[in-house]
Design a binder for this molecule. Structure first.
Ligand code: DGT
Ligand code: CA
Ligand code: CA
Ligand code: ZN
Length: 599
């Protein structure tokens, strides 16, 4: 965590505590300041060293807040914040993680019931004490109780998109050390789970001490949790990072073991036992002539262990892609030689869900097209928000604005070198570098209606339809809603089907099978939204969709050129659902894509 992030978090806590004590306006000022400190390119500690005036140069950071930041760097704390903490000794971060509990609620519940922790909140709700507090009722109390487990889990697990860059950074740091022979990421990160408990790293080396020392000195490490001879753990960006060091001849077996999942490992180990072999993190051993195979870890004759593929091969099975290792049929498939040929990030030929400054994106139509062309994409769809339920203020486009945008897209296409409009593509696409589709992200209302006129939708190259409102509706209503949406004749892609925000809100829980069957029949693709806060549809839903014969689309929902890089999170999520390139709409050739959209 950079010190900018650290100060931003402190200012956010300040804002929450001010709000909890009933102070008005000031909390907003602190939150805006926090946002700008976090985004500021210069290290805050350097500015603070120069004094409050230098800190106040940051947008939205006034003199009062600047002085507090300097105070923090000079004394290690902020007196006023400490006073607020002792006035309200509640774990405000944990409590506000519960959907429906804001800082004001924390303040009221502390005053009435002295609630300071999630456990106390849960106990009070179970004892029906919260409904007695003025301003609360039985319904609110039930909601709080329902949302506590989600909040608890959210605090324990990190989003893949936050943890993966930490793992990548640690890996390249370790790889550069002379003492390191090979290094790999393992654990749930290597399986690309949507949330992860901790980051696991594995190194092969015969010089363990210098590796441990270098690891605890890794510049991104905020603290050392433990440092032993063969392993060490540090904290970085709020996540635990575990390192294990093994001998080269054991690297493959250790990689297999520490990648998991536990259920997959149990199934693979049973396969070993069936063959008079013993599999553990040290290797694969032939124990057929051994009296007591449990006498030690390295008993019998080593038959594999240096490479992971070698371990699987010695068990008469193909190498199982990490994303599949959840004991959902992958062991049987690998033994039968039936593993899918999973889609790769490089197979993606364009993004079908992106935003520009016409709605809530930060960049122009031309800038986004250029960015897509630079990535080597063959196609790019401009799909800004349509006006409708769940879309804030006038962010979304009404029918007249969509018509206007069609002209703007055409103008941008002629401005960007090598771009051609999808409408003209039949003749020109052979010569074009990138084919641009004009579409919209339409809204699915609570009943499943699309809130943009049919005539307007009919004129567009592509319609992504997504739920943005009524995300607390019950499962039956959600199923009906999404079925009606995918059956709409102009809808091509169902965008982020559940509307979940990982660790923040669960979204709707439709009957996935019913929705994907309707989608398959109607020729509507199911989106895997690659934004790491969404990853929606998830791997399980993708598997169900593909079994039903539906097509998926891996889209980033990018609001900036940089977010186009999130495609890999969507691809690996699709791989968790056993997706091959042919299953993915935007991995198909442009003419096939066009045929799907025209249908
Ligand atoms: P996470 O960190 O909760 O997202 O999930 P994982 O899968 O990364 O689990 P973690 O970090 O506890 O351990 C990494 C891998 O090591 C795990 O997937 C399987 C393996 N492993 C660790 N401890 C055990 C164990 O006691 N038994 C077995 N069979 N495998 C283990
Ligand atoms: Ca882990
Ligand atoms: Ca671990
Ligand atoms: Zn959306």
């Amino acid at each position: 965590m950079s010190r900018n992030d650290e100060v931003a978090a402190l200012l956010e806590e300040f804002a929450d505590r001010l709000e909890a004590t009933g102070v008005e306006y000031k909390p907003t000022a602190y939150r805006r300041a926090a946002e700008n400190v976090r985004e500021h390119t210069a290290p805050i500690e350097n500015l603070a060293g120069e004094g409050a005036d230098a800190v106040a140069e940051i947008d939205r950071v006034g003199d009062a807040i600047a002085a507090k930041i300097v105070e923090y760097f000079e004394t290690g704390s902020i007196e006023e914040l400490e006073a607020l903490r002792s006035e309200l000794p509640a774990d405000i971060e944990a409590l506000t993680a519960v959907e429906g509990v804001g800082p004001k609620t924390v303040g009221s519940l502390y005053e009435a019931l002295e609630i300071t922790t999630l456990d106390e909140l849960e106990a009070a709700a179970e004892a029906e004490q919260i409904r007695e507090v003025s301003g609360f009722g039985a319904k609110t109390e039930e909601n709080i109780l329902d949302n506590i487990p989600f909040a608890r889990e959210a605090r324990e697990r990190t989003r893949l998109g936050d943890a993966r860059p930490v793992a990548d950074d640690a890996l390249s740091y370790l790889d550069d050390l002379d003492a390191v022979e090979s290094a790999a990421v393992c654990g749930s990160i290597r399986r690309w789970k949507d949330t992860i408990g901790d980051v696991d790293l594995l190194v092969a080396s015969d010089e363990r001490e210098p590796v441990v020392e270098a690891f605890t000195d890794w510049p991104e490490a905020d603290a050392t949790i433990e440092a032993g001879t063969g392993k060490a753990s540090v904290r970085a960006s709020g996540t635990r990072v575990d390192l294990r060091i093994v001998d080269g001849e054991e690297f493959g077996a250790a990689l297999q073991y520490f990648t998991g999942s536990r259920a997959h490992n149990v199934a693979v180990r049973n396969r070993a036992i069936d063959r008079d072999l013993k599999l553990n993190e040290y290797g694969l051993f032939d124990v057929s002539g051994v009296d007591d195979p449990d006498a030690g870890q390295r008993v019998g004759e080593r038959v594999a262990g240096a490479t992971e593929d070698g371990v699987y091969a010695a068990l008469d099975m193909g190498p199982v892609p990490p994303e599949l290792r959840e004991n959902n049929g992958e062991v049987e498939a690998a033994a039968a030689g039936d593993l899918p040929d999973l889609v790769e990030t490089e197979a993606i030929r364009g993004d079908l869900h992106t935003h520009t400054d016409w709605s809530d994106g930060g960049f122009s139509i031309a800038e986004m097209i250029e960015a897509a062309a630079e990535r080597g994409y063959d196609v790019h769809a401009v799909t800004d928000h349509a006006a409708g339920p769940g879309i804030f203020g006038n962010t979304g486009l009404d029918e007249a604005e969509i018509a206007e945008q069609a002209e703007a897209v055409a103008a941008a296409v002629s401005e960007v070198d090598g771009a051609v409009a999808a409408a003209d593509s039949a003749a020109d696409s052979a010569a074009a570098d990138i084919e641009v589709f004009h579409g919209i992200e339409a809204n699915i209302d609570a009943e499943g209606a699309i809130t943009t006129d049919d005539d307007t939708l009919a004129d567009l190259d592509i319609v992504v339809a997504s739920p943005h409102s009524a995300l607390g509706q019950d499962s039956d209503a959600a199923t009906e809603r999404l079925i009606r949406a995918v059956e709409h004749p102009h809808v091509d892609v169902l965008g982020h089907p559940t509307g979940r925000i990982i660790n923040s809100r669960p979204g709707i829980a439709p009957d996935v099978e019913a929705v994907v069957e309707a989608a398959a029949a109607a020729g509507t693709a199911i989106e895997v939204n690659a934004n790491p806060a969404r990853l929606d549809a998830d791997g399980d839903a993708v598997r169900i969709a593909l079994d039903a014969g539906a097509t998926i689309a891996v889209n980033t929902d990018a609001h900036s050129p940089r977010e186009l890089d999130n495609a890999r999170y969507g691809v690996h999520t699709a791989r968790r659902g056993w997706a091959e390139a042919g299953d993915v709409l935007n991995a198909r050739a442009p003419d096939e894509l066009r045929a799907f959209l025209d249908d």
